[in-house]
Design a protein. Structure first.
Length: 82
């Protein structure tokens, strides 16, 4: 049940990419950075009636959100990811 819940809300890819970004970019206030990312994700959640794109790539899900918090943030090349 827990796995189904996490997958249905795409939480694991989001959290994984978020932690990778924190490690890579080392924001001066990581707690506020993470909180901002969760706020952005909560406001960007699709309504249940809207179709949702399938993606197993963690960065494809969260990198657009991460760009909104750190000006000039660019997704890492695959070799730079954990």
């Amino acid at each position: 049940q827990a796995k189904e819940y996490l997958e249905s809300h795409e939480l694991l890819p989001f959290v994984r990419a978020l932690l990778q970004t924190v490690i890579r970019d080392r924001p001066s206030d990581p707690y506020n950075f993470i909180a901002d990312q969760f706020r952005l994700a909560a406001s960007a959640v699709l309504k249940p009636c809207e179709p949702q794109a399938e993606s197993n790539d963690a960065a494809a899900f969260s990198e657009p959100l991460l760009k909104n918090v750190i000006p000039g943030h660019a997704p890492a090349a695959p070799s730079e990811r954990l």
